[in-house]
Design a protein around this ligand. Sequence first.
Ligand SMILES: Nc1nc2c(c(=O)[nH]1)N[C@H]1C(S)=C(S)[C@@H](COP(=O)(O)O)O[C@H]1N2
Ligand SMILES: [Mo]
Length: 203
Amino acid sequence: MPINKSFGGRNRSVDTHGGRLPPGQSLTDGFPVLTNGPSPRPGSLADWRLSLKVGPRPVASWSWSEFQALPQTEQVVDIHCVTTWSKFDTRWRGVALDTLLAAAGLQTPPTPWVLVHAQDGYSTNLPLADLVQGRAMIATHFDDKPLAHEHGGPARLLVPHLYFWKSAKWVNGLQFTEKNEAGFWELRGYHMRGDPFKEERYG
Ligand SMILES: Nc1nc2c(c(=O)[nH]1)N[C@H]1C(S)=C(S)[C@@H](COP(=O)(O)O)O[C@H]1N2
Ligand SMILES: [Mo]
């Protein structure tokens, strides 16, 4: 090793893994569970539903079997939680947002903003641009196994290039909004976008 990276002080000792680890983050091999409040009671897949709205207007919805019939995609990605843990090479399977929007006949986006809703009352807001072009999916599998309930199973949003609070667990609704409406953590001071490489932790 040509350079002793810890020589210049404690901040220099951080290994960024060639720029792959965002600033202020540390790698974990585990998979921490972070839920604000109690998890929703696990329900039957027969009762599961994902709805898509434009403002208050319902435009599409899928039962579990309808959702399972949509083309699936797989992604191996790094994830980054604002509480400073990052995890490399996580493997997910599910339905790309592009696929979902096309299935809903929404090739032309009705608005540039999406508010994502979950069964536990959680919500989070994203620019549509962060959800399309292969950047996000509704994930149903982790490491080839059905997604564990504590991690948002049967289905969660996965937006790996933003802090993990944007990846809503137990997702049940996507709502196009006219304005960029703050979700649960965004209302409590978290950043409206949340890019880990820009350290967009707080708004
Ligand atoms: N529905 C719901 N989704 C949620 C949360 C939540 O409390 N409820 N917490 C968020 C936060 S802050 C993080 S860091 C990740 C944690 O996901 P994990 O428990 O699978 O690690 O889920 C996000 N999605
Ligand atoms: Mo988080």
